[in-house]
Design a protein around this ligand. Structure first.
Ligand code: EPZ
Length: 418
């Protein structure tokens, strides 16, 4: 089982290009099931979650493979021979559930294992099912599988009870082939929703309002495959910028639009970092200890919950006490005990973590528990005195392509050990 060893203390500086967005890629891969013909995705990150989705598409009978010439290009033929996504794959990645909407919309049937909860929370799919049922799908639970059938979805008004990114994406994809007009109220506004809608429109869908909380879709008889370049990963960008700040360095990330992580940049500015933005590039410079700040995660355009652990790592070395409040997931503080092992002074109080800044962190063997918690531990390790070993690095590999190489190119002393 791989682990990453970081010798902390190096000041990061230089420029690095982020990979394509993992979360956009997963939704775009599912959307290929809606289209006749081949969908080509460029700038796809080579991460484990994408491999898992490739296996899911394969299990459905869709021919999905990496391009022979370009290692970051996927080719997906939207054909399905068996509309069932098996438990052993879905349990590895709950985003597999994103195939249900396309399956029932295009093929009239989909059977996907109910994704269990995961480390960060129960993460039910009730909103996905509420939307599909509103569009006329017949949904039933059968031996741990969700089965959705329909002999033709009908446009409808769907009001989500809460903000759900994948729920919005699943229902949006289904609505593109429903007969008539659908209105998605209280829709998620994340950049990944906007990017998916853009790709669906390129496929021939009729969608207005993506990026607002009200999306209007006019169903069409069919969609055709497209070529699409995946946007840069805004969370990977935020992670690399946090690494620049905690090491009091000078780091530029390229290949991502700044407004996709504007609130993260605002928070980094509040800590005293200098943040400059340009077209598809962001530069941070930090000197001295960060200032203590208040962080509250929220649906977009609020601070991304996926950036919470990485910002907390920075704040463990702040001057003064910060408060970090997690409002999206109910159990997303598993990085806290590991940071405490490194000398961080953090007290948990329900959904808030009170982070009292210390003057230094000390290296320790730590355990990765989920994708972004592990990223937070790596950020902390970059500033800790000594060699930190982050175990169970497969969590990181789910969403970051060769994170150690990107950080090493910025001057980090970091290596992967098998
Ligand atoms: C997406 O997950 C991302 N994953 C997550 O990133 C991200 O943390 C999350 O959005 C929030 O931004 C992908 O896009 C693949 P939600 P998603 O539905 O869509 C509750 C990462 O690290 N909820 O917006 O599954 C849910 O329990 C991952 O890259 C319901 O109650 O998240 C959670 O508390 C982690 N019922 C809240 O809503 C539902 O039907 C937000 O979840 C759906 C969600």
């Amino acid at each position: 089982m791989d682990r990453i060893v970081v010798h902390g203390g190096a000041r990061l500086e230089g420029t690095v290009t982020v990979s394509g967005s993992k979360n956009s890629t997963l939704a775009l891969m599912a959307s290929a099931l809606l289209a006749e013909g081949e969908t080509v995705l460029h700038n796809v990150p080579r991460v484990r979650d994408v491999d898992t989705m490739l296996q899911i598409l394969g299990a459905l009978g869709a021919r999905a493979r990496w391009d022979e010439k370009d290692a970051h290009t996927l080719r997906i033929a939207g054909r399905v021979t068996k509309p069932e996504a098996p438990y052993d794959l879905v349990r590895k990645m709950r985003a597999s559930f994103l195939v249900l909407g396309p399956l029932v919309a295009r093929f009239g049937a989909g059977r996907v294992s109910e994704p269990g909860g995961c480390a960060i929370g129960v993460r039910p799919v009730d909103q996905h099912l509420k939307g599909l049922e509103a569009l006329g799908a017949c949904v039933r639970l059968d031996h741990g599988y969700v089965e959705a059938t329909s002999d033709g979805l009908q446009g409808a008004r769907v009001v989500f009870d809460l903000n759900t990114v994948n729920g919005t994406q699943n229902v949006l994809m289904a609505a593109t082939l429903a007969q008539g007009e659908s209105v998605l109220e209280n829709a998620a506004r994340e950049p990944e929703v906007i990017e998916l809608a853009r790709a669906l429109v390129a496929m021939g869908a009729q969608i207005q309002g993506a990026g607002t909380d009200r999306i209007v879709v006019r169903g069409v008889p069919g969609l055709r495959g497209i070529t699409h370049r995946v946007a840069g990963d805004r969370i990977e960008a935020g992670t690399l910028l946090a690494a620049g700040v905690i090491t009091r360095g000078d780091v530029t990330v390229e290949g991502v639009e700044p407004e996709a992580l504007e609130t993260t940049l605002e928070k980094l500015r509040e800590t005293g970092a200098l943040v400059e933005v340009g077209s598809e590039r962001i530069r941070v410079r930090a000197e001295g200890a960060p200032r203590a700040i208040r962080v509250v995660t929220a649906p977009y355009p609020g601070l991304a919950t996926d950036m919470q652990a990485q910002l907390m790592a920075v704040l463990t070395l702040a001057q003064g006490s910060s408060v970090v409040t997690e409002t999206v997931f109910e159990n997303r503080f598993m990085h806290v005990p590991e940071l405490q092992r490194m000398g961080a002074d953090i007290a948990l109080d329900g959904r808030s973590a009170h982070v009292r800044g210390v003057t230094s962190l000390s290296a320790a063997p730590v355990m990765a528990t989920d994708l972004r918690a592990s990223a937070g531990l790596i950020v902390a390790a970059l500033a800790a005195e000594g060699d930190t070993t982050v175990n169970r690095v497969y969590h990181i590999d789910r969403g970051y392509e060769r994170i150690e190489e990107k950080l090493r190119s910025l001057g980090a002393e970091i290596r992967r050990e098998a």
